[in-house]
Write a protein that binds this ligand. Structure first.
Ligand SMILES: NC(=O)c1ccc[n+]([C@@H]2O[C@H](COP(=O)([O-])OP(=O)(O)OC[C@H]3O[C@@H](n4cnc5c(N)ncnc54)[C@H](O)[C@@H]3O)[C@@H](O)[C@H]2O)c1
Length: 484
């Protein structure tokens, strides 16, 4: 059967209606207007339409200040955006992008109403993260023109747009929105219809686990975020990202994913519901996992949960000398970090030869830093001087902290800890770098379970912030433990 979209190529999508002017709608409207599109912004809430206009005025004013727009360009951009609380305003649109809340009923209602409002060839795109595009299409009068156009937050900054098609989608509609995305300066990727598509399908299980970890008091919010930023090199920690996405939005996305997948990974952590229902929805509300300067601001301010600057949960002894057990990448990296920070380090391996070659590796690393201008030759020599290689753990007799980075094998570690327990002085802290073994099992191999710590240094040891002395939550706590 011939349909309005089955065999024609669509003209460039000049006029675009954006339905829902919240976090996503406001950003998408800015991107579209910035690329010369006429934008009809629609929201059921008059207050939201006003908020959207204010946000556009503010962000374009910032763009003028930064020299990215001229005054007249800004005026033209703003003039291209009109707003309404009536869905009927979408009548003249070539494309409608729906970014209303993540509720199937709300979206279905909007799509049904649009069927009676827009032209037959108008493309209808949903910005859903996790609801079924196929079902929305099938429930509408013209399934072939319905697809997903999944922008990322903040829409003006994030380059990815997932273009979601299903078995019902007309190729001409996909081509038209793909070309539009390119024209907006985005990187469109073509994906099929499954909850979360590619990026969120992988991301949201992780965010949910971070929320659950926080809820279980496993670590503080600052330390969970620091672990993922500094340990995994991500630009933002998961709890800060949940605040950016919107805790309520994340919760509904997870609910939708869970309803589809029935995978416990997506069953929303209760804390997401509690925060949402308390109105603590993240940046947009000024409070979520963190507290912000004002609603809509990204500047975190102190609150009751913020750790004290330089605060230490316990007073205690100072660590002056450190023993590092092992001769692999982690051991030499950790020894390098401590030596750079000014600690005397005993580097012990199964033979003196192995310890010497681990020290030589540190020397090479330091020489590279000198070549790159990151440290002086003198500082490198002094650092290496602080590392004393040895083939016997007996040389740990005077260390204040012993860190093991030997094989990831519980029996090997237990034997090592039993040996360290005999050699190390009373009160010395014994630390394991294990990433998967039970720390308590290592502790039980010793007679000093209270002087035991899992020393969370991550590979490559020397490259991580832990060694740079930043007064970060995780680092501060770690230093405090060193004093314990
Ligand atoms: N926030 C994110 O990071 C993000 C990223 C990608 C996609 N999304 C998806 O985009 C959509 C919107 O998310 P958001 O974070 O912008 O939500 P939001 O809560 O910030 O905004 C939703 C807006 O829709 C309006 N609205 C409610 N019912 C409406 C209706 N019937 N008609 C018109 N407007 C209506 C609300 O007044 C509100 O302004 C959701 O489907 C979400 O899953 C969100």
């Amino acid at each position: 059967m011939a349909t309005p979209l089955s065999d024609t190529s669509l003209s460039p999508l000049r006029t675009v209606a954006v339905v829902g002017l919240g976090t996503m709608g406001t950003g998408i409207a800015e991107v579209l207007a910035g690329a010369g599109r006429d934008v009809i912004g629609i929201d059921i809430s008059e207050a939201q339409t006003a908020k959207c206009v204010t946000a556009l005025e503010a962000s374009t004013a910032r763009a003028v200040e930064r020299g990215r727009l001229t005054g007249p360009q800004r005026a033209e951009l703003l003039a291209r955006v009109t707003t309404s609380t009536d869905l009927g305003a979408a009548a003249g649109a070539d494309l409608v992008i729906e970014v209303a809340p993540e509720s199937y009923e709300i979206k279905q209602q909007i799509f049904r109403e649009l069927d009676g409002i827009v032209r037959p060839e108008t493309v209808l795109a949903t910005g859903t993260n996790a609801l079924s595009v196929t079902r929305l299409a099938a429930d509408s009068a013209r399934p072939e023109r319905v697809l997903g156009m999944h922008f990322f937050n903040p829409a003006p900054a994030m380059r990815l747009v997932e273009i979601v098609s299903c078995v019902l989608t007309a190729p001409a509609a996909v081509t038209a929105v793909t070309n539009l995305a390119l024209d907006l300066g985005k990187e469109p990727v073509a994906v099929g219809d499954r909850p979360g598509f590619v990026a969120d399908g992988l991301l949201f299980g992780y965010l949910n686990q971070a929320a659950a970890m926080y809820e279980a008091n496993y670590a503080s919010r600052e330390d969970i975020d620091a672990a993922m930023r500094l340990g995994c090199g991500l630009p933002m920690g998961p709890l800060a990202l949940l605040d950016l996405i919107g805790v309520d939005t994340a919760r509904t996305v997870l609910e939708a994913m869970y309803a589809e997948s029935r995978d416990r990974l997506h069953a929303p952590a209760p804390v997401l519901k509690q925060l949402s229902e308390a109105g603590l929805t993240g940046r947009k509300a000024g409070r979520g996992f963190y507290t912000y300067e004002a609603p809509g601001s990204g500047t975190v301010v102190r609150d009751d949960l913020t750790p004290l600057e330089g605060g230490s949960p316990t007073a205690g002894r100072t660590v002056r000398s450190v023993g590092v057990a092992g001769s692999g990448t982690m051991a030499s990296g950790i020894a390098e970090v401590f030596a750079k920070a000014g600690y005397e380090v005993v580097l012990a391996a199964r033979s003196e030869e192995k310890a010497r070659s681990a020290r030589a590796r540190i020397g090479k690393n330091l020489a590279r830093s000198v070549d790159k201008g990151r440290m002086t030759a003198e500082a490198a020599a002094q650092t290496l001087e602080r590392v004393r290689p040895t083939g016997t753990y007996d040389d740990f007799a005077d260390v204040d902290l012993a860190v093991e980075a030997v094989a990831e094998d519980l029996e090997v570690k237990r034997q090592l800890f039993a040996a360290l327990d005999k050699v190390c002085k009373p009160g010395a802290v014994l630390a394991t770098t294990t990433s998967s073994l039970p720390v308590v099992a290592c502790a039980r191999a010793t007679s000093r379970p209270f002087f035991f710590d899992r020393h969370a240094l991550l590979q490559p040891g020397a490259g991580h912030e832990a060694g740079r002395g930043r007064a970060h939550g995780a680092d501060r706590r770690r230093r405090a433990r060193h004093r314990a």
